[in-house]
Design a protein around this ligand. Sequence first.
Ligand SMILES: [Zn+2]
Length: 205
Amino acid sequence: MANEAAQEAVDVVCPGCGGSSVRTVQQACAEERADEKDDWRSGGEPERGSLPDRLAASPGSTDAFDSFLHFVEGTVIAGLGVGLAYTGTRQDNPLYTVGGVLWAVILFAVTIVVIRGEARERDVVNVGEPRAERMRRAAYHCSACDSVWCPDGSEWQGTLTPEQFKKLMWTTAGYADRLAPDDKAREATVPAEALPRTGGQHRHA
Ligand SMILES: [Zn+2]
């Protein structure tokens, strides 16, 4: 199976334009990322509209360390309320005491909600990403006509635009709702005939 795929890769031609300026999506993105490396911000997120962004397999969720920082920030801000409440008891000022306690409780609750939301997003991405990555590994890109396709048709049929492909990957993986509002893939419509025959439940894509 692996040998067949490797042999096929040697003489893949674009089904869209018949050209041979084709690479796997992984290669195409890796090369573009290398070219654009100097322009990158320290975070390493691909620039909006670049090929790696247009063909990204997942949104890249808030990582656990960011969540930890959010927890520390929230706790510090909630701690200001504790300080205020303490001042209130020392100075016998019920307004400070009640206000400080309310401040601390509300801020701490908001912090927990934010952290839990981030954890849920991480779970959704972690569960769905392997499926999206599998589609991405099977994908080829033609730099001449900007088509994306799966040579053996195992993941989907026919040629797609990068936006349709991203929409298909993210929908299959279960996080299409995470497509950014300014991402053209959000408005893309995946042709029904492109969908895998076994993936009937995703026909709403
Ligand atoms: Zn082409």
